[in-house]
Design a binder for this molecule. Structure first.
Ligand SMILES: C[S@@+](CC[C@H](N)C(=O)[O-])C[C@H]1O[C@@H](n2cnc3c(N)ncnc32)[C@H](O)[C@@H]1O
Length: 374
């Protein structure tokens, strides 16, 4: 598979809005004000609107319109089918440096949604500087999925895979060993004792990677998929049901992953459907995401149970401190006031004791905020 991502540059159809910040400092201040004012960076409605637009049969020149945080409408122009010779590509005009360019070409295939949280936007400013003509306050924007093509016409393979047979037998072996040892016994005990009053109907997992990567990380990714199967089986028992929906979303799944997971009644769904599926009756799992999952989830839902990396007071939003794709934030910590935290033994089960289970308290114990839904 040769897909890579390339940012589609957004612009205002009517030019820079009159009240747009003049300087980097003003831009950072405005961003923080928008964040602390509680304006949702992500909502199901805005995600759905972007999805509906990119699902149309788009051709070069078509426009996708997305409302930015400051209320301005930002326009993204489709470049579907465009081949940009030389790499990095020159989709947005001449290069702004004189670095030698590689001979590969970029072939634009389709549009996809990009997510940027407050810390991510701050880092874009630190990295690229404030450019007044480039819309900044866009937590949802458009990227292109592209093939990188060599001069001989071959598509560059960016993710090497193992065969379906090998992945299948490896994964089944994992599941068998785990079943015997009941690796997730502690997780199930905690769920039994904490979720009696919670109505839970489905599992939604994002960013677990896949089963077929040829890299070393495959082992931990297979374990994480094993965990959601254990969660699903636990939920079947709890609900005395023969079917419990169990969805996974990660752009790296290929047909072989989908087929293996389907055998275990796990359904691969395309971005952004997982965010739209999440609700207060879900168990949500997100591990080391490359998108700001914590921020998206905190804005769009209050799942019954969340399994993710420990929520800390580090926001990774300071210059020179390095960014993190899925940082914590004030909103995530606020959400966690609704939850009790449990160490379910992920150190042994998944290889990191920093992965924790957060179970939502009964509503009467929650402090404020309405249910999240749209
Ligand atoms: C650092 S990897 C972590 C993978 C796995 N959880 C692990 O611990 O090895 C981040 C994952 O986020 C995924 N990701 C990127 N965009 C995503 C999206 N829009 N929705 C869900 N997952 C996404 C990547 O494809 C990748 O598999």
């Amino acid at each position: 598979m040769g897909l890579s991502y390339y940012a589609c540059r957004g612009q205002w159809p009517e030019g820079v809005p009159p009240d747009y910040p003049e300087t980097e400092e003003e831009a950072l201040t405005r961003l923080d004000e928008l964040y602390t004012s509680g304006v949702p960076f992500f909502s199901k409605a805005s995600i759905r609107s972007a999805l509906e637009q990119i699902q149309r049969p788009l051709v070069e020149g078509d426009k996708v319109l997305i409302k930015a945080l400051d209320g301005s409408m930002v326009e993204y122009t489709m470049r579907t089918g465009v081949v940009s010779k030389g790499f990095p590509p020159l989709l947005d005009g001449p290069p702004d440096d004189d670095k030698p360019r590689m001979t590969e070409s970029l072939v634009v295939k389709e549009a996809t949604i990009n997510y940027e949280c407050r810390a991510g936007m701050r880092h874009s400013i630190f990295r690229a500087g404030f450019k007044r003509h480039v819309p900044l306050f866009c937590p949802i924007s458009i990227y292109f999925l592209c093939d990188v093509r060599r001069e001989d016409g071959q598509i560059v393979n960016v993710t090497e895979r193992i065969s379906r047979e090998k992945a299948h037998s490896e994964f089944n072996e994992y599941l068998q060993i785990w079943k015997g040892k009941d690796r997730f016994k502690k997780m199930k005990q905690i769920l039994d004792s904490t979720t009696a009053s919670l109505d839970i109907t489905k599992i939604v997992a994002v960013s677990l990677g896949c089963l077929t990567y040829a890299y070393g990380s495959r082992g931990s990714q297979q374990k994480q998929h094993g965990m959601i199967i254990a969660l699903r089986d636990w939920l079947k028992e709890k609900n005395k049901s023969t079917h419990v929906p169990c969805f996974v979303q990660d752009p790296v799944y290929e047909d072989d992953d989908k087929a293996i997971l389907a055998e275990h009644e796990v359904e691969v769904i395309d971005d952004p459907l997982a965010w739209l599926e999440m609700d207060d009756q879900s168990i949500v799992v997100s591990i080391a995401s490359n998108v700001p999952s914590k921020e998206i989830i905190a804005d769009v839902s209050r799942p019954a149970v969340v399994i993710w990396y420990r929520v800390t007071d580090k926001d990774y939003d300071q210059k020179g401190r390095g960014g993190l794709t899925d940082p914590c934030s004030a909103r995530v910590r606020k959400m966690m006031e609704w939850y009790d935290c449990h160490d379910f033994g992920a150190g042994e089960c998944l290889g990191s004791e920093e992965i924790l289970m957060y179970v939502r308290r009964p509503k009467t114990l929650c402090r404020d905020e309405g249910e999240k839904s749209e």
